[in-house]
Design a binder for this molecule. Sequence first.
Ligand code: ADQ
Length: 460
Amino acid sequence: MTNRIVVVSNRVAPVNEGRTAAGGLAVAVLAALRRSGGIWFGWSGEVVAAPGEDVSVTESGRLARATVDLSERDYEEYYNRFANSTLWPLFHYRVDLVNFDRGNYVGYRRVNRKFARRLAGLLQPDDLIWVHDYHLIPLGQELRRLGVRNRLGLFLHIPLPPRELLATLPVHRELMRCFSFFDLVGFQTETDRSHLLDYLVREARARVEEREGGAVVRAYRRTFRLESHPIGIDTRYVERNAAKAESSRESERLRVSLAGRRLIIGVDRLDYSKGLPQRFDAFAHLLRAYPRHLNRVSLMQIAPPSRGAIAEYSEIRRTLETLAGHVNGELADVDWVPIRYLNKSFGRRTLFGFLRQAQVGLVTPLRDGMNLVAMEYLASQPPDDPGVLVLSRFAGAAEHLPDALIVNPYDVEGVAKTIQAALAMPVEERRERWQRSMQVLRSNSVEAWFERFVSRLSEA
Ligand code: ADQ
């Protein structure tokens, strides 16, 4: 008999969203929960004046969606402040952007405690509980305090920085100890896993035994495992839909507007971790250093705004507007704009159609847990004439996709040169690199990732 799975994440995707709107992760979670039976627990996305103690449960077949609302204060302290203005920049190595305030940490702990209390009431003894991401690192400890003895797993979707950066957080000791209350902690890369191991050995005198598949750690009088489990995408779905989207109205509009010119594409949430100013600089450098590309190549950067309530996010938005304005003002022609900069979202299939048309996919974050767009770009390519992925060495994806052209996003001239190499690459080499990358993506789909983690958790 398989255990029931309880997935816990900050936000719960609507169950009936289906494949069109939901991302790969939501689709994989929903598919797996439908099979095994289970619960998806988390915040409803609603901020209300006085949230009750109740959990709102909607069932659909063997799957239940269980959500709680947040108060204005919880939302601010837990979500906007501690999770997104402290942990997010710190875990992306941006110590300069960290805003730490003890009151916000208290709010973060309070919301984790509330989540634990409400979740505990829904649990059965054999449930496997799988918690996702940096919003909920203390949830394991809070559940254990309530006497929950179930198997508990945590997967961190974002990077985990080196010990010396973690130590800048005034509450690092309390926070890092929280990892020990899970039976299994999963990371996107070996690098992230090694950073936590190093922290635990040096700061908490952990004893570590490396075994096949990961490390068994003894620290804080607990035993737990640290493993790397890179996430994937729904590869077949992307391949199929990118091919279909080729003839969509939106793809046609893009094709007509390009009038035979070549396309470089970037798709990211508007976030300072994604390296967008450096990317615009690199593209401008390409045009200046190789003027034959003037009026021949465009960069289309799609970047829908996110986390608008946080100052650093409005700032990066202003920086990019100014930068795109300068480059376009300097280099545009009557019938051509170098940078098409779009602050909006598109349906997933439409997006795959756009990715398919681009000869170069430019994925150059300064730091990224994995980066699914890199994978979606590859899976969207036409097999007989695939484009080239230019990928930052600081994206987790670089550890798994060595056949991309790997760049240092801080090296503007180097990135420009690599884009030039991508644009000039002969079709045979493009095909070979693409096929090798696709083997990785096909064997590690998001479904395979989900099943692997659950199976490791059930053995933990
Ligand atoms: P994100 O930081 O959100 O995810 P990413 O991995 O690139 O980054 O995923 C973004 C998803 O949103 C992709 O599926 C993409 O197609 C979609 N998307 C982006 N812009 C869009 C637009 N304009 N319109 C429609 N869809 C858009 C976090 C971590 C990553 C990690 C993932 C999964 O920061 O490092 O890869 O979780 O673990």
